[in-house]
Write a protein that binds this ligand. Sequence first.
Ligand SMILES: [Zn+2]
Length: 438
Amino acid sequence: MISASEDKLLYDHSETMDIAFGEWYRRNKNSNAVITPTSVRSDPRLEKLVKVILAEAIEVEATDIQITNRESYGLVRFRVGTKMVDHRKIHKDAMYGLGVVLRSMSDVNIEEINKAQINGRFAYDHGRSRYDVRAAFIPSIGGQTISLRVLYSNRLGGNIDKLGFPDQVSKTLKEVLSLKEGLIFLTGGTSSGKTTTLYTSIRHIINKTGATKNIMTIENPIEYQIDGVEQSQTNDILGYDFATALQALLRMDPDVILVGEVNDEGTARAAVRAASSGHLVLSTLHTSDTVSVNQVLRYYGISRLDMGNSLQLVINQTLEEKLCPHCRKPRAVTSSELNWMTKRLKTNEQIVTVYEKNPVGCSECQGYGIKGLVLVVEMLDANHVYKKALDDSQEDLDKLKEMLMTREFANFYPKEWDVFRHLQKGNIDMATAKKILR
Ligand SMILES: [Zn+2]
């Protein structure tokens, strides 16, 4: 596990912030007049502590913040890159107040600590951006565990070029988003950033068309609220699933539909029908690449003809830890690595220098050596070359991929090239590159 510098894990003596007012709360613990939810929620010292925690999280692009009770102190943990790390200790007696302030900000019941409250949210301004934060408060030993999820997609403001895709992928995605009908699939596992790409795509359409399109979504859950978009949520208990919701929604004649996930036959059929009758449909599928999308749709009972008429684009993505550009360490590529790259990365270009994580980090990355995440992508343009290759390869996926990489106008961008791009830029180390292409 990466560990933050030791100073951070001690109370903040330098600013006498945590320790001083934590002690103050300890001394006044038995005075009911001083420590009530109403008096505590406007304590500027606690507000400052919340700001420090959020600012530090945003600066290292942590996606999750967990604030939890240990026996003798409170602990703030961050998800930095893909790992949870201990970030900062808090005086035990400041924990109650910290919870009150965060519940108040999140617009949930500030006095309730014995029941889970999972639907909190607030907006937080840092630098020039506004961040949406989702908050959950769960009863646990010694009090409550607070989970904050920081959403970074607002920062992109609908700019596809800021997603971190290679130019070929950004350009193709923008072209397809301007179509009147068709099906766009994002594939990848959980926490692969698919939602961010989908929401950025929706915002891109709004920016381009000046809110003249009727855009509707069916999600579970609704992760971000977007002005000008009609958003709805499925409900398993009421039997309001993606397929039922999609059919209901089509009666309202949307131009663009975001369907949270295609995960059964009914949804797949409804999505394909919508996408071939004047609607642009964006959705996600659980596959680990792009080329197997045909198999998955076939499994859901979609015919080759229907797929050919609707499918436009498939993007597969994963998120990997990004080396801190301020302290990463360069080294020469070894001959066995060179061999591996020539064999596996399917490119004639070569890399001579690769980078590794600096184990002690620097001030820019607060000692983690990691700064945020990078997207590793693969793109399949379901154009006529693809359809022909699908026939010619008789759906042998290795053959299909080979054909797409060599045929003119295929507009296929394999994951191998993206791994090469990130190695070349020093975003990822060799171990990560090998892990991705395992
Ligand atoms: Zn650094």
